[in-house]
Design a protein around this ligand. Structure first.
Ligand SMILES: NCCC[C@H](NC(=O)CCC(=O)O)C(=O)O
Length: 447
């Protein structure tokens, strides 16, 4: 009856992937600052994940990288002259700003937008709102291209709407789907949308972290629910545990993941666990579904291990046989507490009965695991047909993209390379060819 599927749109890692330590509050980003990256390996690791999941029959797409360096940003900040002048002066006077302009951070497409499937929205269209990501300079401009890309892919205005991002001010800090989960009996059925926020701008007494920034506000989440036309009875807002933000849980998707009627979460994830579960249970009951909560106690997995391994930054995928696979990074096997927890989990008779493990080390070193790397979009069959087809992962597309990466990507970038105008030319050349491979002429505003 409900013919809808969940597509995962993974970020294709861009040719300037590097480690610049730009994300205060993200432990991995800070610990790997200024080490050498390998963009070629990063892109191939991401493609390998997309290819394997597509081959297994999961609906898999990609979102293209963004043009870097971001000369528009650098020029806006007063660096002028030729492109080479801009890079040289920024390198001399403001190397951190230069690194921001080069960041390949759009690869983490969970932060590209919040998406509400048509079964949840008042007008029956799929709604997208590009995230303003205003907490970090290197991410605060991503929404310009993200909006443009989403409008190119989901152009059919009777089926899709891509909203402008929320106002770029602290009251509306929005990090997209990293703080949003949807529960439903089936992808095409009416569901419950779950928003987790880190602080409340207009209520100073609300919980908030002390050391690291809370990137998502309640006000932003509420605005998105309004824009998307969500039914209040099927929308739940919950506060993240601020102490965990201070321990490196900078997005909710570092400590919880949901799919179908399953919530897989750490017992300390939420400010008020009981109230959060109650609200979810009530909302799910209104659509005839019962919540299955898989709670991980701190005695089995301490928060520090969850952050180091990215156990919860996993994908929960519904399989044809009715079970669910948990897509985890290699780091989960290397962490003894997490490895033994997972061995027990898949044999517990619960909803998660399989592990799929991937080497995503290049992304992980910047704090991005399997879940950060993908944006979920549930689409009916008609909607899936109405979107641009050139970004859907197939063996054929893989066979074109892997050699494209080999041709254009370096295998090493260190901080001083960001001053190199030749690297900028290589990146532009790569994207020009990518527009053709994906069948998206004019995707980039390369003027
Ligand atoms: N959802 C995962 C996002 C990871 C991302 N890391 C970064 O931007 C690190 C970039 C650097 O430090 O070079 C972030 O913190 O927003």
């Amino acid at each position: 009856m409900y013919t809808a599927r969940e597509f995962n749109f993974d970020g294709l890692v861009g040719p300037s992937h590097n480690y610049a330590g730009l994300s205060f509050g993200n432990v991995a980003s800070f610990s790997n600052v200024k080490s050498a990256s390998n963009p070629r390996q990063a892109a191939l690791q991401g493609l390998a994940k997309m290819r394997e999941l597509a081959a297994r029959g999961f609906a898999q797409g990609l979102l293209p990288p963004q043009a870097r360096p971001n000369f528009r940003l650098l020029r806006k900040l007063g660096f002028s002259g030729t492109d080479a002048d801009v890079l040289a002066r920024a390198w001399r006077e403001a190397p951190v700003i230069l690194a921001c302009a080069w960041s390949a951070s759009p690869m983490w497409t969970a932060n590209a937008a919040t998406v509400s499937p048509s079964a949840d929205t008042a007008d029956g269209r799929v709604h997208f709102t590009a995230a303003n990501l205003n907490n970090k300079l290197h991410r605060a401009d991503e929404h310009v291209q993200a909006t443009r890309t989403l409008r190119a892919l989901f152009a059919h205005s009777e089926r899709f709407v891509v909203h402008d991002p929320l106002p770029s001010t602290p009251a509306f800090g929005d990090e997209g789907a990293a703080n949003h989960t949807r529960f439903a009996q089936a992808y095409g059925a009416a569901g419950v949308e779950f928003f987790v926020y880190g602080r409340v701008e207009f209520d100073p007494s609300a919980p908030a972290p002390k050391k690291y920034p809370a990137r998502q506000t309640l006000e932003a989440s509420q605005a998105i629910a309004r824009l998307h036309g969500l039914d209040p009875a099927r929308t739940v807002f919950a506060a993240q545990n601020p102490d965990l933000i201070d321990q490196g849980v900078f997005h909710n998707d570092v400590i919880a993941v949901g799919n179908g009627n399953v919530l897989f979460y750490h017992e300390e994830a939420f400010f008020d666990e009981a109230a959060t579960l109650d609200a979810l249970r009530r909302a799910l009951a209104s659509v005839g579904t019962e919540l299955r909560a898989v709670r991980v106690p701190a005695s089995a997995v301490p928060v520090a291990d969850a952050v180091a391994s990215y156990l919860f930054n996993s994908q929960l995928l519904s399989k044809a046989d009715g079970g669910m696979a948990l897509v985890v990074p290699h780091e989960c096997r290397e962490n003894p507490a997490v490895a033994s927890y997972l061995a027990q989990l898949v044999n517990s008779g619960g909803p998660i009965d399989e592990l799929a493990e991937f080497d995503l080390r290049q992304s992980m070193r910047n704090g991005g695991g399997p879940a950060c790397l993908r944006l979920r979009v549930s689409l009916t069959d008609d909607e899936a047909r109405a979107m641009h087809q050139g970004v859907i992962m197939t063996e054929d597309l893989y066979a074109r993209l892997a050699p494209w990466v080999e041709r254009h990507y370096r295998d090493r970038i260190e901080p001083k390379d960001l001053a190199d105008p030749q690297l900028a030319r290589e990146c532009a050349g790569a994207l020009e060819e990518l527009e053709r491979i994906l069948g998206l002429p004019g995707l980039y505003d390369l003027t």
